[in-house]
Design a binder for this molecule. Structure first.
Ligand code: HEC
Length: 114
């Protein structure tokens, strides 16, 4: 009985700590929920990127960025995002390895696109 209790307690610890470790470091490739949330803010509000027109103004519902387009764009996404920031949103390009760029890419790839 004592052995069973200890084993169950061990299993419990394993599951709880396992979950926290998993939540801290989600499987490779999938960005964190925080990053996606930050990207959503940048996409939907002009203030974050200091642009005149927020991305969402043009990319609503059926105008959402298509998964098939993202596939074609591939690793070129940061350059394309900067192109739309400057040409369509009338703002200033951001650094390709900035936190803002990572967040926008995470949001576009994992939540926005259809
Ligand atoms: C004034 C409208 C407008 C704004 C604002 C705008 N876009 Fe777009 N975007 C478009 C249109 C229209 C296309 C389709 C291709 C084209 O005609 O250039 C497009 C295409 C894209 C694409 C390529 C994938 C595709 O579907 O062709 C990406 C990525 C993209 N936009 C990201 C953004 C981001 C990020 C922002 C905000 C910084 C933004 N866009 C702001 C109109 C806009």
């Amino acid at each position: 009985m004592r052995f069973l209790k200890i084993s169950l307690f061990g299993l419990f610890l394993f599951v709880v700590f396992g979950f926290f470790l998993w939540a801290e470091n989600p499987p490779a490739g999938k960005p964190s929920a925080e990053l996606i949330t930050q990207g959503r803010g940048l996409f939907n509000q002009k203030e974050g990127l200091k642009v005149k027109f927020a991305c969402i103004l043009c990319h609503k519902q059926e105008k959402a960025i298509a998964k098939s387009e993202l596939k074609k764009i591939g690793d070129n996404l940061p350059a394309i995002i900067n192109q739309y920031i400057t040409e369509k949103s009338k703002g200033q390009a951001i650094s390709e390895d900035s936190q803002e760029m990572k967040a926008l890419m995470a949001y576009i790839r994992y939540e926005h696109s259809k």
